[in-house]
Design a binder for this molecule. Structure first.
Ligand code: NAP
Length: 332
């Protein structure tokens, strides 16, 4: 489905922005521009100089590293869909048991990875480089919801959400970029959210993390282009996953609200908002998203899932009308 936003029109056959940047070869005509854009000298040496046995075997196949591949979630469905498209998939999650069903399938290389830990990220990356010699596609999918009124949510919960959704993503980006840049090739996919298009009550922290991520993704797309790396913002609407249950579990840890006790029911319901009966099935989301990512010229912004069109329209409404609709819907 084509989605219209203030950023771009999603047209998979005509990816936005590509016409804005001159071809890299053109830059090399002008030495000062070449120096400005050529960041090769800043890159660390490739960590492995030897071509590993498996990197020969993986020749011609894309090596895809995905975070947050717990069974039942978007990352797990993306992992299976990339594998169906002949990719070698490094499926990662905080715990191997959450990906148990992929264990016997040779198309997957399973790794424990916590996006909050430098050590964990470096450990996985060195395993992957040793095994395959490279990462062709990084999918920053891991993320958590955070529900509650902004005036009362503990700062520690806010920080944890930013640490996971924003700094966790950047930790992976900073670890993987030198490897991709050394081969002047790669794709980085950040998973944002349509909630940024029209922020709703009771999920302000989550929305703020995704807004920050959208912004970082827009900048990364420009900054990484001279290094040969393509950046894609995948912006899901409501997609069936574990996110509702996880959100309720963390909501249950919140303190009792003081000013917002009368809104308790509405706030709790926000945790499930994306998990209604009409939420887009995870497999359908994954099929279309992976097809878009694997294109030679993938779109800069790919939005799909229930509410993605509605939220794009909401984005363009005058604030007074948007607030009126949201106040009625969310009882505030
Ligand atoms: N589903 C939707 O409607 C929807 C809409 C918009 C955007 N999104 C985004 O889509 C992405 C996937 O979410 P989902 O819906 O599939 O939710 P999900 O089923 O809850 O999956 C989230 C994944 O992130 C993992 N994760 C959380 N903290 C992590 C950490 N510190 N390190 C590594 N992994 C961590 C979770 O691991 P555990 O299982 O160990 O907790 C899980 O594997 C998220 O970025 C989410 O914000 C989802």
């Amino acid at each position: 489905m084509a989605v219209f936003t203030s950023h771009c029109t999603i047209d998979e056959d005509n990816p936005p922005f590509t016409f804005l940047s001159p071809p890299i070869n053109a830059l090399k005509i002008y030495p000062y521009q070449s120096n400005f854009f050529n960041c090769q000298s800043l890159l660390p040496l490739r960590q492995t100089t030897q071509t590993s046995r498996t990197s020969m075997e993986s020749y011609g196949q894309e090596v895809v590293l995905i975070t947050g591949c717990t069974q039942g979630g978007i990352g797990h469905a993306l992992a299976r869909e990339f594998a169906n498209n002949n990719c070698l998939v490094v499926a990662t999650a905080r715990s191997l048991t959450s990906m148990r069903d992929l264990d016997q399938d040779k198309r997957f290389y399973l790794q424990e990875l916590d996006v909050l830990s430098d050590e964990s990220v470096q450990h996985v990356l060195s395993n992957v480089v040793e095994r395959y010699g490279r990462v062709d596609i990084l999918v920053n999918n891991a993320g958590i919801q955070c529900v509650g009124p902004l005036a009362e949510i503990p700062l520690s919960a806010m920080q944890n959400t930013f640490n996971t959704n924003v700094y966790g993503t950047m930790r992976l980006v900073q670890a993987v970029v030198p490897h991709m840049a050394s081969s002047k090739k790669g794709k980085i996919v950040n998973v944002g959210s349509v909630t940024v298009m029209a922020p709703v009550p009771w999920a302000g922290v989550y929305t703020a993390t995704k807004a920050a991520l959208h912004s970082l993704t827009d900048t990364l797309r420009l900054e990484l282009r001279p290094l040969g790396i393509t950046v894609i913002n995948v912006v899901p609407g409501a997609v069936k996953s574990n996110i509702g249950n996880s959100a309720v579990a963390s909501y249950n840890q919140m303190p009792e609200w003081k000013l917002y006790r009368p809104f308790e029911k509405a706030i709790r319901e926000r945790a499930h908002l994306s998990q209604g009966l009409a939420a887009t099935p995870t497999e359908e989301f994954a099929k279309k998203t992976v097809a878009a990512i694997l294109k030679e010229n993938p779109p800069a912004w790919f939005s799909i899932g229930q509410f993605s069109t509605v939220m794009s329209i909401m984005h363009h409404l005058p604030l007074s009308i948007k607030d009126f609709i949201l106040r009625r819907k969310f009882n505030c």
